[in-house]
Design a protein around this ligand. Structure first.
Ligand SMILES: [Zn+2]
Length: 176
């Protein structure tokens, strides 16, 4: 009679913040440890059980992570992110021609251009921003997650993107 009961997703999950990079994560409470996908910090579940929220079901856990992450992003925008003037962006536009010697295959180039446009878009509003903003924007720009990691690494290497000590990112418009 209660045969459908098992289908209900009531597995308890712990939603918590990474101790190192402060990003929100979820983990099954019966799991022993959880590695942060962003910074690689390893969390022992038994020691963080009291520091988070217990949420029933994977769907709810993911929803909660997104909600908390959104709240956090909004808070960070308000508190930590400096609003940027529009002058910097004008300079970038003038220098655009200097960057045309890049040679990549078409597909990569496509994402690279998109990514660059996206960074420009972000830099119009924020001088410093968390990686989360890049992820959210990439979704809007149709850049797949796998490409995003490669592009981020590449732009960091080029010096176009800079990772700051506090896990925020900034864009160096004057780099070539
Ligand atoms: Zn982390």
């Amino acid at each position: 009679m209660e045969e459908t009961e098992w289908k209900k997703d009531e597995t308890p999950y712990l939603v918590f913040r990474c101790h190192k990079c402060k990003r929100y994560l979820y983990v099954k409470t019966i799991q022993k440890s959880k590695k942060c996908l962003q910074c690689g910090h390893m969390h022992k579940v038994s020691t963080i059980l009291k520091s988070g929220e217990i949420i029933d079901g994977l769907t709810n856990a993911i929803k909660t992570v997104k909600e908390r992450q959104n709240e956090l992003a909004l808070k960070e925008m308000g508190n930590r992110l400096e609003f940027r003037g529009s002058q910097d962006f004008t300079i970038v536009r003038k220098q655009k021609n200097k960057k045309s010697q890049l040679t990549n295959n078409d597909n990569e180039n496509d994402y690279e251009e998109k990514f660059k446009k996206m960074l420009m878009e972000i830099s119009k509003t924020y001088k410093e921003f968390p990686y989360y903003i890049i992820e959210v924007m990439a979704e809007n720009y149709g850049i797949p997650n796998s490409e995003l990691k490669i592009l981020t690494r590449y732009f960091l290497k080029k010096g176009f993107l800079t990772r700051l000590e506090n896990y925020l990112y900034s864009i160096n418009c004057k780099s070539s």
